[in-house]
Design a protein around this ligand. Structure first.
Ligand code: 5AD
Ligand code: SF4
Length: 423
């Protein structure tokens, strides 16, 4: 029996891929999954490459264990650094790229050293999933947009959509296991397209909405340029769709948006947000902000500040630009000084904190429906629930309510979540 520990860095797609690897390994009686590095024979490190900072953390994590454990590097950094990883760490057991997760058993049993090629990973629908109410499912991988700063198209490849029926069957299996909510994942979910059945993303959503027993549907990430009225209408009409859009704006300056190759202007972006808000008044809208992109001058940065002030996002994830080898923007240099990047980053973080606080405060007293997920980690006498617009509310209640939709009232703020009561 080989004991495996999986450490996941990065986004929710990585989380899903790690769950899938764990589920595939658990189906084989030769493997068990353990909860710490110390207990493990093998450590699988599922990695992210989106910023240098992420890679640095992962490299030091690997360095810590590579001498005493059999370490397998999987995912984006494996795909990015390739054989170089063996030069850095000759003791590595194997590297496994972003289209090879399903071959994890082969890697371990047959001591395969390098698996980086391969088409779209064959999805194992029936892997053993963790027992939860809300689950992840990747519906498409890769990206064709080539935003000039981004490494994703190089490490995850071009856009590939899974077949509709395959996705629907996987979700039906999840529902049979007790899942009530799914989060559909992809780098750019709204450009989902199944060639075989000619199904676009809103049509896929409708099919999933029809699955009996499923209560809630979320999705991320959407690219602003592909956000259609059809999608807004679909989300508005379907009661199971969580009213939340994550729409990374990155910058408020048209000059920078062009250099970033985002394919929309600030004005077009604002128009889309206004459209969502007019159709779905309580929509939760979040974004990503990237500061310090090469060529970003003070006046460009102030336009980003401006759009944050104008649109009042529920939340924003803000990042400092980090040069990625092989991308278009690498050629633009790294013109904004580190200290200045940090100043801009801190400024937008502080600004967004105030905006999020004001928005959330306005929800106090609000009565809505919450899906009960689980017992709270911190307070064992509380249940964690999620509202239809994706706000977290903690309530006191019986654990038999887990998996049910209940009426809640939001009473007070607790960071970015709420304490509430069951009505
Ligand atoms: N440097 C910093 N942030 C980046 N992102 C993508 N590439 C980079 C990079 N090179 C950010 C973008 C994206 C989020 C997932 O990560 O804001 O939306
Ligand atoms: Fe990267 Fe742009 Fe694709 Fe998002 S849309 S993954 S930022 S290239």
């Amino acid at each position: 029996m080989q004991r495996i520990f999986i450490r996941t860095f990065g986004c929710q797609m990585n989380e899903y891929d790690s769950e899938r690897m764990a589920g595939i390994l658990l189906k084989d009686k030769d493997f068990s999954i353990v909860n710490s590095e110390e207990e493990a024979d093998f450590i699988i490190v599922n990695t992210c490459s989106v910023r240098q900072h992420a890679e640095n953390r992962e490299l030091s994590y690997i360095a810590k264990y590579v001498k005493n454990k059999k370490v397998i590097v999987a995912g984006c950094m494996a795909q990015n650094l390739k054989e170089e990883l063996f030069k850095l760490y000759p003791d590595l057991y194997a590297i496994l790229g972003t289209s090879n997760f399903s071959k994890i058993v082969d890697v371990i049993k047959n001591n395969k050293k390098i698996l980086l090629d391969g088409e779209f990973d064959i999805y194992e629908r029936k892997f053993q999933r963790p027992k939860r109410i809300d689950g992840l499912i990747t519906i498409m991988q890769g990206c064709n947009n080539f935003c000039s700063y981004c490494i994703v198209p190089y490490v995850r490849g071009r856009e590939k959509s899974r077949e509709v029926n395959d996705i629907v069957k996987e979700i039906e299996d999840m529902v049979k296991q007790g899942y009530k909510e799914v989060m559909l994942l992809g780098q750019n979910v709204n450009s989902y397209y199944d060639e075989k059945t000619k199904t676009n993303f809103p049509q896929l959503l409708q099919k999933i909405h029809n699955i009996e027993g499923l209560l809630r549907i979320k999705f991320m990430t959407s690219h602003p340029k592909d956000l259609t009225n059809e999608l807004i209408e679909t989300v508005k009409k379907g009661e199971k769709f969580v009213k939340h859009f994550h729409l990374p704006v990155q910058s408020g300056s048209n000059k920078i948006l062009k250099l970033m190759n985002r394919k929309y202007t600030k004005e077009e972006y604002i128009e889309k947000i206004e459209k969502i808000r007019s159709e779905i008044p309580f929509a939760n809208i979040t974004t990503d902000i990237l500061v310090g992109f090469p060529g970003e001058e003070e006046k460009d940065f102030l336009e980003t500040v401006d759009i944050i002030n104008k649109l009042k996002f529920d939340d924003a994830f803000s990042f400092k630009y980090s040069v990625r080898k092989g991308t278009q923007a690498e050629k633009y240099g790294d013109t904004v000084k580190e200290k200045e990047k940090l100043r801009r980053l801190n400024y937008v973080i502080e600004l967004q904190k105030k905006i999020s606080y004001d928005i959330n405060k306005s929800y106090i007293g609000f009565e809505t429906e919450g899906l009960v997920y689980e017992i709270s980690y911190k307070r064992k006498n509380e249940l964690k629930t999620g509202t239809i617009n994706n706000k977290k509310v903690f309530i006191k209640g019986d654990k038999n309510l887990i998996g049910k939709i209940v009426k809640v009232k939001l009473l007070e703020l607790r960071g970015s979540s709420f304490a509430g009561i069951l009505l």
